[in-house]
Design a protein around this ligand. Structure first.
Ligand SMILES: [Zn+2]
Ligand SMILES: [Zn+2]
Length: 355
């Protein structure tokens, strides 16, 4: 199937239109027209090969909302016209212990990423995967999610990465009414962490270097903002959190945050993929505190998150852009100049030549 997207040709070139093919439908494939695609910080990292594993040409995008245009003859749960979603994964082995538990993100044979990866399981293993900055997408049924009735299609896209990345640790560490949760970093992930934790009934604190974001933090639902450069306030907050969600996507220092954890409490890293400033183990050992990491979520949990958001009315704050503005959006994203997620209206991308 002919389609068109926006691709980076190398780590130094801006994204430009790119004609390519999606695979012909396999029996359990769902084909969709992409309606909206969120702009994740990973898209920028991958387009520039910051992690060293990018494949070019590279069509980014793993926060995808679409409408089904065709289904294979074995597809059970979706029909033409359904509103669907695709996140960071498009395949996994489906047979290891983690896949069988619904934890496809932890597949022993590594799940297939939505873009900048190659197919390994359900189709020709040499096919590169390409993401949602494109007009069409073909994904096996097991990796397609249903957009629940009542969820605003134009705003829901960031739930597929920023949403599930923060929802999953909140569920893993049993956050509920009365839980004391702190959020570090108030970007795409951080603002979702605040909204979701608040919706679960937690007492939510935003940790920030300055007071600049206090009005925003409170508007998102946080109970307070704690200024991390205020040593007196930080000392007073020692041992006062059950869970700290650290969403900062670059190398940074955990040392100011570790003493804020209560006994057996956890600081979970969901942003930075790579080195951190070396943490001291002293407050870890003395307080029996934990540092953990967490990647996105499984398919069942991602569907649960979409349903939860529809039920309680949680949606990301988005700024809609046209695909033609993606390079300017990347520059602004790099400066954290967006509240809080860009979403591309894919209607701005003309259909490929029918010829
Ligand atoms: Zn992402
Ligand atoms: Zn597996």
């Amino acid at each position: 199937m002919k389609t068109v997207g926006y691709a980076a040709r190398s780590e130094t070139t801006p994204l430009r239109p790119y004609d390519f093919e999606r695979r012909e439908l396999l029996p359990n494939d769902v084909a969709m027209e992409v309606l909206y695609c969120g702009v994740c910080h990973s898209d920028l990292h991958q387009a520039r090969d910051d992690w060293g594993w990018s494949h070019y040409p590279l069509v980014p995008g793993h926060e995808i909302i679409g409408r089904v245009t065709a289904v294979g003859n074995e597809v059970k749960h979706y029909a033409v016209g359904d509103h669907v979603a695709v996140g960071c994964l498009v395949d996994s082995c489906q047979s290891c212990d983690q896949c069988r538990k619904g934890l496809e993100q932890l597949c022993r044979k590594m799940p297939v990423q939505t873009y900048s990866d190659t197919e390994r399981f359900s189709c020709d293993p040499s096919t590169p995967t390409q993401g949602g900055y494109s007009k069409h997408l073909v994904v096996r049924e097991e990796f397609v999610l249903r957009v629940p009735e009542g969820l605003d299609l134009s705003k829901a896209a960031p739930l597929l990465c920023a949403g599930i990345t923060t929802y999953s640790p909140l569920r893993t560490w049993n956050v509920g009414p009365g839980s004391r949760v702190a959020v570090v970093g108030l970007g795409g992930l951080g603002h979702m962490a605040v909204k979701l934790a608040t919706a679960m009934g937690a007492d939510v604190t935003v940790l920030s270097r300055t007071r600049d974001k206090e009005v925003d933090a409170l508007a998102l639902g946080a109970d307070r903002l704690l200024v991390s450069s205020d040593t007196e306030a930080m000392a007073e907050a020692a041992s006062s959190f059950d869970l700290i969600i650290d969403t900062v996507p670059v190398k940074h220092d955990l040392n100011p945050y570790i003493p804020l954890l209560d006994v057996d409490a956890t600081l979970v890293i969901v942003g930075q993929i790579g080195p951190l400033t070396e943490p001291s183990t002293v407050p870890l050992l003395l307080g029996r505190r934990r540092i953990a990491g967490s990647p996105i979520g499984g398919m069942a949990e991602t569907q649960e998150m979409l349903n939860f958001c529809a039920k309680v009315g949680v949606l990301p704050d988005v700024e809609m852009i046209r695909i033609q503005d993606i390079n300017a959006a990347f520059e602004r994203l790099e400066k954290a100049d967006v509240r809080y997620r860009f979403v591309i209206d894919m209607a701005s991308l003309p259909l490929p030549d029918a010829a």
